[in-house]
Design a protein around this ligand. Structure first.
Ligand SMILES: [Fe+2]
Length: 198
Protein backbone atom coordinates (compact mmCIF):
# COMPACT_ATOMS: atom_id res chain seq x y z
CA UNK A 1 0.00 0.00 0.00
CA UNK A 2 1.30 3.44 -0.93
CA UNK A 3 2.22 5.76 1.92
CA UNK A 4 0.14 8.88 2.44
CA UNK A 5 3.17 10.96 1.48
CA UNK A 6 3.40 9.16 -1.88
CA UNK A 7 -0.32 9.60 -2.44
CA UNK A 8 -0.09 13.34 -1.67
CA UNK A 9 2.75 13.69 -4.20
CA UNK A 10 0.69 11.76 -6.76
CA UNK A 11 -2.30 14.08 -6.22
CA UNK A 12 -0.12 17.21 -6.58
CA UNK A 13 1.26 15.82 -9.85
CA UNK A 14 -2.20 14.94 -11.22
CA UNK A 15 -3.83 18.26 -10.31
CA UNK A 16 -1.39 21.17 -10.88
CA UNK A 17 -4.29 23.66 -10.58
CA UNK A 18 -4.21 23.02 -6.82
CA UNK A 19 -1.44 25.64 -6.84
CA UNK A 20 -3.98 28.26 -7.96
CA UNK A 21 -5.57 28.09 -4.50
CA UNK A 22 -4.08 31.02 -2.61
CA UNK A 23 -5.13 29.90 0.89
CA UNK A 24 -2.48 27.45 2.08
CA UNK A 25 -4.74 25.56 4.49
CA UNK A 26 -7.40 25.05 1.82
CA UNK A 27 -4.76 23.97 -0.71
CA UNK A 28 -3.38 21.36 1.68
CA UNK A 29 -6.84 20.04 2.51
CA UNK A 30 -7.60 19.50 -1.18
CA UNK A 31 -4.42 17.40 -1.42
CA UNK A 32 -5.29 15.57 1.79
CA UNK A 33 -8.83 14.83 0.64
CA UNK A 34 -7.70 13.17 -2.61
CA UNK A 35 -4.86 11.29 -0.88
CA UNK A 36 -7.33 9.99 1.72
CA UNK A 37 -9.86 9.05 -0.98
CA UNK A 38 -7.19 7.08 -2.89
CA UNK A 39 -5.86 5.44 0.29
CA UNK A 40 -9.15 3.62 0.86
CA UNK A 41 -8.95 1.92 -2.54
CA UNK A 42 -6.59 0.00 -4.83
CA UNK A 43 -5.80 3.24 -6.74
CA UNK A 44 -2.52 5.08 -6.14
CA UNK A 45 -3.25 7.84 -8.66
CA UNK A 46 -6.37 9.70 -9.82
CA UNK A 47 -5.16 8.90 -13.36
CA UNK A 48 -5.90 5.19 -12.75
CA UNK A 49 -9.65 5.78 -12.28
CA UNK A 50 -11.80 5.12 -15.36
CA UNK A 51 -12.19 8.52 -17.10
CA UNK A 52 -15.99 8.63 -17.12
CA UNK A 53 -18.81 10.42 -15.31
CA UNK A 54 -20.19 7.23 -13.79
CA UNK A 55 -18.82 3.67 -13.71
CA UNK A 56 -21.16 2.65 -16.56
CA UNK A 57 -21.02 5.76 -18.81
CA UNK A 58 -18.72 6.30 -21.83
CA UNK A 59 -15.09 7.06 -20.95
CA UNK A 60 -12.76 9.52 -22.64
CA UNK A 61 -10.96 8.04 -25.65
CA UNK A 62 -7.88 9.93 -24.51
CA UNK A 63 -7.35 11.75 -21.25
CA UNK A 64 -7.69 10.76 -17.64
CA UNK A 65 -10.00 11.28 -14.69
CA UNK A 66 -7.51 13.97 -13.60
CA UNK A 67 -8.06 15.73 -16.94
CA UNK A 68 -11.79 15.67 -16.20
CA UNK A 69 -11.29 17.33 -12.79
CA UNK A 70 -8.89 19.88 -14.26
CA UNK A 71 -11.19 20.57 -17.21
CA UNK A 72 -14.19 21.12 -14.97
CA UNK A 73 -12.27 23.33 -12.52
CA UNK A 74 -10.86 25.45 -15.37
CA UNK A 75 -14.23 25.60 -17.18
CA UNK A 76 -15.97 26.78 -13.99
CA UNK A 77 -13.37 29.57 -13.67
CA UNK A 78 -13.83 30.39 -17.36
CA UNK A 79 -17.58 30.62 -16.95
CA UNK A 80 -17.07 32.94 -13.98
CA UNK A 81 -14.56 35.01 -16.03
CA UNK A 82 -17.00 35.43 -18.91
CA UNK A 83 -19.91 36.49 -16.74
CA UNK A 84 -17.81 38.88 -14.66
CA UNK A 85 -16.31 40.46 -17.80
CA UNK A 86 -19.78 41.70 -18.67
CA UNK A 87 -21.43 42.11 -15.28
CA UNK A 88 -18.50 43.04 -13.05
CA UNK A 89 -17.79 41.41 -9.71
CA UNK A 90 -20.41 38.76 -8.97
CA UNK A 91 -18.93 37.84 -5.59
CA UNK A 92 -17.57 34.49 -6.71
CA UNK A 93 -15.00 33.12 -4.24
CA UNK A 94 -12.27 32.04 -6.68
CA UNK A 95 -10.26 30.04 -4.12
CA UNK A 96 -13.39 28.17 -3.11
CA UNK A 97 -14.32 27.69 -6.77
CA UNK A 98 -10.96 26.03 -7.48
CA UNK A 99 -11.43 23.77 -4.45
CA UNK A 100 -15.02 22.91 -5.43
CA UNK A 101 -14.07 22.19 -9.04
CA UNK A 102 -11.11 19.99 -8.12
CA UNK A 103 -13.00 18.19 -5.33
CA UNK A 104 -16.44 17.69 -6.87
CA UNK A 105 -15.70 14.02 -7.69
CA UNK A 106 -13.85 13.14 -4.45
CA UNK A 107 -15.99 10.01 -4.04
CA UNK A 108 -15.01 8.48 -7.38
CA UNK A 109 -12.13 6.33 -6.10
CA UNK A 110 -14.62 4.61 -3.78
CA UNK A 111 -17.46 4.24 -6.31
CA UNK A 112 -15.20 3.29 -9.24
CA UNK A 113 -13.04 0.85 -7.23
CA UNK A 114 -13.18 -2.51 -9.05
CA UNK A 115 -13.15 -4.22 -5.64
CA UNK A 116 -16.18 -2.29 -4.43
CA UNK A 117 -17.96 -2.75 -7.76
CA UNK A 118 -17.48 -6.54 -7.57
CA UNK A 119 -18.51 -6.65 -3.91
CA UNK A 120 -21.75 -4.72 -4.57
CA UNK A 121 -22.67 -6.66 -7.72
CA UNK A 122 -22.26 -9.94 -5.84
CA UNK A 123 -25.23 -9.14 -3.64
CA UNK A 124 -27.20 -6.10 -4.76
CA UNK A 125 -30.02 -7.08 -2.42
CA UNK A 126 -27.71 -6.59 0.54
CA UNK A 127 -25.53 -3.71 -0.70
CA UNK A 128 -27.64 -1.78 -3.20
CA UNK A 129 -26.00 -0.73 -6.44
CA UNK A 130 -24.00 1.29 -6.17
CA UNK A 131 -24.06 1.09 -2.41
CA UNK A 132 -23.00 4.74 -2.10
CA UNK A 133 -22.62 7.01 -5.13
CA UNK A 134 -19.48 9.15 -5.56
CA UNK A 135 -21.42 12.33 -4.81
CA UNK A 136 -22.59 11.10 -1.42
CA UNK A 137 -19.27 9.45 -0.57
CA UNK A 138 -17.47 12.65 -1.54
CA UNK A 139 -19.25 14.44 1.31
CA UNK A 140 -17.79 11.90 3.73
CA UNK A 141 -14.26 12.44 2.38
CA UNK A 142 -14.54 16.24 2.38
CA UNK A 143 -15.86 16.50 5.93
CA UNK A 144 -13.43 13.89 7.29
CA UNK A 145 -10.38 15.90 6.19
CA UNK A 146 -11.90 19.18 7.37
CA UNK A 147 -12.64 20.81 4.02
CA UNK A 148 -15.19 23.67 4.24
CA UNK A 149 -18.85 22.65 4.26
CA UNK A 150 -19.22 24.49 0.91
CA UNK A 151 -16.83 22.01 -0.72
CA UNK A 152 -18.67 19.05 0.81
CA UNK A 153 -21.91 20.60 -0.49
CA UNK A 154 -20.48 20.72 -4.02
CA UNK A 155 -19.24 17.12 -3.84
CA UNK A 156 -22.66 15.99 -2.68
CA UNK A 157 -24.88 18.12 -4.89
CA UNK A 158 -23.00 18.89 -8.15
CA UNK A 159 -24.89 15.91 -9.53
CA UNK A 160 -28.52 14.78 -9.68
CA UNK A 161 -28.68 14.84 -5.88
CA UNK A 162 -28.51 18.64 -6.20
CA UNK A 163 -31.92 18.73 -7.89
CA UNK A 164 -33.47 18.15 -4.45
CA UNK A 165 -31.90 21.27 -2.94
CA UNK A 166 -30.68 24.77 -3.90
CA UNK A 167 -27.06 24.79 -5.04
CA UNK A 168 -24.57 27.40 -3.79
CA UNK A 169 -23.07 29.91 -6.25
CA UNK A 170 -19.79 28.00 -6.63
CA UNK A 171 -21.61 24.66 -6.86
CA UNK A 172 -23.87 26.07 -9.60
CA UNK A 173 -20.80 26.98 -11.66
CA UNK A 174 -19.24 23.55 -11.07
CA UNK A 175 -22.50 21.73 -11.83
CA UNK A 176 -22.86 23.37 -15.25
CA UNK A 177 -19.14 23.06 -16.02
CA UNK A 178 -19.30 19.35 -15.17
CA UNK A 179 -22.31 18.69 -17.37
CA UNK A 180 -20.90 20.85 -20.17
CA UNK A 181 -17.64 18.90 -19.96
CA UNK A 182 -19.26 15.55 -20.82
CA UNK A 183 -21.59 17.03 -23.45
CA UNK A 184 -18.75 18.87 -25.22
CA UNK A 185 -16.48 15.82 -25.08
CA UNK A 186 -19.26 13.81 -26.71
CA UNK A 187 -19.76 16.41 -29.46
CA UNK A 188 -16.08 16.60 -30.35
CA UNK A 189 -15.88 12.82 -30.56
CA UNK A 190 -13.72 12.32 -27.48
CA UNK A 191 -16.06 9.84 -25.76
CA UNK A 192 -15.99 6.13 -26.51
CA UNK A 193 -19.70 5.69 -27.16
CA UNK A 194 -19.33 1.94 -27.62
CA UNK A 195 -19.07 1.73 -23.84
CA UNK A 196 -21.95 2.69 -21.58
CA UNK A 197 -25.27 4.27 -22.38
CA UNK A 198 -24.89 8.03 -21.74
FE1 LIG B 1 -17.39 15.33 -12.69
Amino acid sequence: MASMEKLRASVRKSLPEINNIKDEALRNKVVEAWAFALSETEFTSIDQIKPSGNPNTPPLKRGTQSDHLRGVACAAQGLADGLERVHGDLGIDRDLLWACGLCHDLGKPFEFSPKNQARWKKNIGAAGYPSIRHSVYGVHIALTVGLPEAVAHTAGAHSGEGELIQRSLENTLVHFADHAYWRVMERVGLLDMSEGSK
